[in-house]
Design a protein around this ligand. Sequence first.
Ligand code: AMP
Ligand code: MG
Length: 408
Amino acid sequence: MLTVKTPEEVFEIIKTQFEPAADRTETVPWTQAAGRVLAEEIRAREYVPAFDRSTVDGFAVHAKDTFGCSDSIPAILQNTQEILMGQAAGFALKEGCCAPIPTGGELPEGADAVQMIEYTEDYGDGTTGILKPAAPGHNVILKGDDVYPGKPVLPSGRRLTPQDIGALAAMGVVDVPVVRRLKAGILSTGDELVPPQQAPGPGQIRDVNSSLLAALMARLGASPAVYGIIPDQEELLGRKIEEAVRECDLVLLSGGSSVGVKDAACRVIEARGEILFHGIAMKPGKPTLFGKIGGRPVIGLPGHPVAAFFITHIFVRRLLAQLGGYALRDIPVMARLSESVEANHGRAQYNGVFLEQTDNGITARPIRGKSGLITTLAGSDGYFCIPRDCEGLPAGAEVAVTLYSADG
Ligand code: AMP
Ligand code: MG
């Protein structure tokens, strides 16, 4: 019998039944950290910048020397030595003086502002006219304006972006603590399956799920281990699952997760561990089961590739976050349906959509066609959910679309 859970109950089971992996972190060089999940908060250890810097090409001044000046009454200041890029200023600016400074140059001691070269005049006699007053701090980034020692910069659980890598470089954080890539074992079961590179014989089909799930695991930051196609034979399946459980952090098994005579997934897992539930009240993907063998999650996915994909994106993605000890950051895109969508089967219904930017905002065009068609999923952008008590949505209804490209 299926012990059916709602999607919300499954989220809860994932949180309560699985612990973050004990050895979940590793250190990688910052150059390899993009796309990885931070395992600890990153705080600055230094001042950035480490000295007061000019943000323009111009003249470093004492601000008060420029007060009241104008085009008609310039402040006439004595030129001093030039400040060079990448070198300490190396002198103190006296009152009544100004020093040529490049963008990014260090302010000399005493200077508290920079006036842009456009608002100055070179008199050629060792003096410069300042034509516009500069308030203290004008065109200057002060030491520590960006970060100072102890300032929290990147939160634990963040998936590092290129701009984060830039921040790490700026702070000199070159050893980055990240969540280890979890190893996900992938097994496809079914007597009808042949590998994609082989021409199917009568009654045979190509194995879609091994490739689809491996790509999805990699996309979500896990490391896929493909165990290949297993015929519908319990003995064989049992041995393969045991091998995968020994070698992986989690195991995804597709096909045979229903309750038919040939559907061995449930029996094979139960014989070696426990079944947490069998069946989710949703469409697609009802015949899904979650179990544990030796404390490791083993997920029985429906063989139908579209269902296997949705279940993995909705639930296994959360499981990866739970095992990795981080939170998902899903910010949905709000869009309006281009056409109505029916739903009246008493189960939550997940619908794939194509998004389009139109003059009237963002439109979500639902995927149409029979539910067994795998290529309708290709090219789509994300999905929305119609709750189980809802009898469908009219054209123009606003839906929250979870993007497939959402942070793992
Ligand atoms: P099952 O869950 O084993 O009952 O399979 C449900 C449907 O999905 C059947 O039509 C299977 O042929 C198909 N199917 C199962 N596994 C795969 C796979 N790896 N790739 C493509 N289709 C599959
Ligand atoms: Mg099957």
